[in-house]
Write a protein that binds this ligand. Structure first.
Ligand SMILES: *[C@@H]1O[C@H](CO)[C@@H](O)[C@H](O)[C@H]1NC(C)=O
Ligand SMILES: *[C@@H]1O[C@H](CO)[C@@H](O)[C@H](O)[C@H]1NC(C)=O
Ligand SMILES: *[C@@H]1O[C@H](CO)[C@@H](O)[C@H](O)[C@H]1NC(C)=O
Ligand SMILES: *[C@@H]1O[C@H](CO)[C@@H](O)[C@H](O)[C@H]1NC(C)=O
Ligand SMILES: *[C@@H]1O[C@H](CO)[C@@H](O)[C@H](O)[C@H]1NC(C)=O
Ligand SMILES: *[C@@H]1O[C@H](CO)[C@@H](O)[C@H](O)[C@H]1NC(C)=O
Length: 253
């Protein structure tokens, strides 16, 4: 039970009015540019590219006080990353988990790299900065959502919408997944032979008979992931008739 005497109450009210009178103003805004949602395959390495602008000073009673960042923190699944919250990285700690490597600094780069992604990394990661005055502490709560999956389903889609194409034309095959994997490398195969291309888009053309075959794609880091085959068929025209090769593109289901 709390007993308030007159003096305590007045003291409390004075404290309140004092706090209101000495409002702290910041000349600039804190920003953290988190990457968009990231999808990560178990066992892979993911780099969360991130930049920030901290509070450089604050103004109180008409005076400007400079601020300096003294600590940066990344945590997961906590709104503020504060106090006793377990962090995945704390610049002032020497017992950080080596799976989480801070590639950033205390000035404007908050890039975090996560190696050997595990199921427990299926979480929202947030960055917190602390300055040499508590007025400048800040966490931008939006964070980065990391979704961890074991074996993503890969699919090949074609840039073309017609089943018949001619020799000499071009064709782009896209390797897509329910998970966006912009940071993962794709391996392409034609009839189970690996191709040298490693981007999610495979540019073919000008098409010749040699391009025909069954195409599949998968993730470089996980040989178990493989799309269904996509058949690119070029049908040779008869010699006498001066027709180009006809290319039939169809998805083999
Ligand atoms: C801070 O953000 C507010 C609203 O988002 C904007 O109106 C203001 O101009 C920004 N201030 C600076 C210094 O960028
Ligand atoms: C914080 O750091 C800035 C820059 O080094 C310095 O000018 C300022 O006096 C420091 N503030 C406090 C409260 O220590
Ligand atoms: C932040 O640091 C990472 C790792 O050193 C680097 O790859 C990235 O380019 C840097 N970003 C910026 C905006 O400087
Ligand atoms: C990952 O987290 C999301 C919510 O953010 C949840 O719906 C999903 O089931 C989780 N996946 C795993 C494998 O834990
Ligand atoms: C593909 O073809 C279908 C039917 O032939 C048509 O409805 C659709 O709009 C076409 N899409 C594109 C991207 O051309
Ligand atoms: C693709 O594979 C199927 C089934 O193995 C085969 O019948 C077909 O001839 C192949 N297509 C091409 C263009 O090699």
């Amino acid at each position: 039970m709390l007993l308030w005497d007159r003096g305590m109450l007045w003291g409390f009210l004075l404290l309140l009015s004092g706090a209101v009178g000495q409002r702290v103003i910041f000349p600039g805004n804190v920003t953290v540019n988190y990457p968009g949602p990231v999808c990560a395959v178990k066992g892979s390495t993911v780099t969360l590219h991130c930049t920030f602008t901290p509070h450089k000073s604050f103004i109180k009673d008409g005076r400007e006080y400079p601020l300096r960042i003294i600590k940066v923190v990344w945590c997961k699944n906590h709104e503020i990353c504060q106090g006793s919250t377990p962090s995945v990285y704390d610049s002032e700690s020497d017992t950080n988990n080596p799976r989480y490597q801070y590639l950033g600094d205390k000035k404007g780069n908050c890039t975090l790299q996560i190696r050997d992604i595990r199921r427990e990394d299926n979480a929202t990661f947030r960055f917190r900065m602390e300055t040499n005055h508590s007025a400048g502490h800040h966490t931008v709560t939006s964070g980065v959502k990391v979704t961890v999956i074991d074996d993503p389903q890969m699919t090949i889609i074609s840039s073309r919408n017609q089943s018949l194409i001619r020799e000499g034309q071009t064709e782009t095959l896209l390797c897509i997944s329910s998970c966006s994997f912009h940071q993962l490398e794709v391996t392409w195969f034609r009839d189970d032979h690996a191709l040298s291309e490693s981007g999610p888009a495979l540019q073919l053309g000008p098409l010749t008979a040699e391009d025909s075959g069954n195409y599949t794609c998968g993730l470089k880091t996980n040989s178990k992931t493989r799309s269904r085959p996509y058949e690119l068929r070029l049908e040779a025209a008869e010699e006498g008739i001066k027709l180009n090769y006809l290319t039939t593109v169809r998805l083999v289901l």
